[in-house]
Ligand binder design. Structure first.
Ligand SMILES: Nc1ncnc2c1ncn2[C@@H]1O[C@H](COP(=O)(O)OP(=O)(O)OP(=O)(O)O)[C@@H](O)[C@H]1O
Ligand code: SF4
Ligand SMILES: [Mg+2]
Length: 371
């Protein structure tokens, strides 16, 4: 993979020293396999990516594409039946080379994660205040009163009204939106440099979603954090992420700046994803086009490109070998017949004429769903 450009907006300086090479995260050839009763399941397959200091990278893909496994692996949380290969460097440090004390510091202070289900991060029988202060007291060695003061400030920061009263409440006494703000406050408690937010708003209604995502973005800019924003919705990433990585069946299929992805996408899966989401710039009656078929069974993935059975561009070569992820000027894609190129146009025209793709997808059936 080529090195991608890592543009970021101007952000205020908080006095923290810059990282040696400006890189928050460097992931190389990361693969995660799970032993299951039905055999080996490769959930993450050769992922290489870079995240610059203060940058937001969105990881987008359908359910089961490996977003959560990748995120959890980045913070060193791998299920017991999992094996990882490849390297992860955070702030220039290889996480496999950390001592026990450094590991505790890294994954307690430097890196924080907001998990997909906020309730899994909250203990139902502990008051909110205790839950926020626990991590600070443990990792930052703060006194009870200093931690309390800081927790109050954090709750204010995430716009929780009457924070002193909220500190005394239990999670079930709060609305879903308020609970998610508490989870964000907890993640920010130790001032992480890298925040990984795994679908931070899926359980919430659309207006609360927007408020929480805007809040996260605001906090990221204020606090000079880098962020990985995991979502199945390209629309959520638009306008909030500097770059987007599109994942399918454990691999990154396209990665570039957000603007370029929307204006000049190359991967047929990116195009299909974009056609399947509501767009604010299109009239509300515009039909959405679900992607035909289903993602592959990762216990028995197809030979060649894993998207081929669902791809309207698929040609015989797609069934033989996996296309490499590559491209010019910070825009990489993994496709033999990319969208917006003469090869892609020829592949689509040939399939339309034949009525069927090389992988057996009926063009008229997919058209019904697609056009
Ligand atoms: N511990 C495990 N053992 C076996 N398979 C697992 C394990 N954890 C995850 N998987 C499998 O890994 C694949 C990727 O799962 P993952 O949770 O990362 O998907 P995702 O992209 O986060 O999906 P969603 O959008 O639904 O959250 C899935 O096929 C899942 O069933
Ligand atoms: S054109 Fe071929 S390589 Fe590209 S996404 Fe479709 S099946 Fe995969
Ligand atoms: Mg997930």
């Amino acid at each position: 993979m080529t090195a991608n450009d890592q543009p970021h907006r101007d952000r205020p300086d908080d006095g923290r020293p810059d990282l040696p090479n400006g890189m928050m995260l460097e992931v190389d050839d990361l693969t995660v396999d799970f032993d299951t009763p039905s055999g080996n399941l490769r959930a993450v397959d050769g992922v290489t990516l870079r995240l610059a200091e203060r940058e937001t990278l969105a990881i987008v893909g359908e359910s089961g594409s490996g977003k959560s496994v990748l995120s959890r692996t980045l913070i060193n949380l791998l299920a017991g039946n999992g094996r990882r290969s490849g390297s992860i460097r955070i702030g220039g440090r290889d996480i496999d080379q950390l001592s026990k004390a450094e590991r505790k510091h890294f994954f307690g202070v430097e890196v924080a994660m907001i998990f997909q289900d906020p309730m899994t991060s909250l203990n139902p029988v502990k008051r909110i205040g205790v839950q926020i202060t626990e991590a600070m007291r443990y990792h930052l060695d703060l006194s009870a009163s200093a931690a309390d003061k800081r927790a109050l400030r954090l709750l204010e920061l995430v716009h929780i009204p009457s924070p002193a009263e909220r500190m005394k409440q239990y999670p079930h006494e709060l609305s879903g939106g308020m609970r998610q703000r508490v989870v964000i406050a907890m993640a920010l408690a130790c001032e992480p440099r890298l925040l990984i937010a795994d679908e931070p708003t899926t359980a919430l209604d659309v207006t609360v979603q927007k408020t929480i995502l805007d809040l996260l973005d605001e906090l990221r800019q204020e606090r000079r954090m880098s962020m990985i924003l995991v979502t199945h919705d390209l629309g959520v990433a638009e306008g909030r992420a500097d770059r987007i990585a599109v994942m399918y069946a454990g691999r990154i299929r396209e990665i570039t700046t957000t603007d370029r992805l929307f204006a000049d996408m190359r991967h047929p899966y990116t195009e299909a994803l974009l056609n399947s989401i509501p767009r604010p710039d299109l009239p509300s009656h515009t039909r959405l086009h679900p992607i035909p078929g289903r993602p592959p069974n990762l216990l028995d993935p197809p030979k060649g490109c894993a998207f081929a059975p669902r791809c309207r561009y698929a040609q015989p070569d797609c069934l033989e070998s996996e296309p490499p992820l590559d491209g010019p000027h910070g825009h990489d894609w993994a496709c033999f017949h990319p969208v917006g190129t003469p090869e892609g146009a020829a592949a689509l025209a040939a399939n339309e004429e034949a009525g069927v793709t090389a992988a057996g997808l009926s063009m008229s059936e997919s058209e019904e769903e697609f056009v």
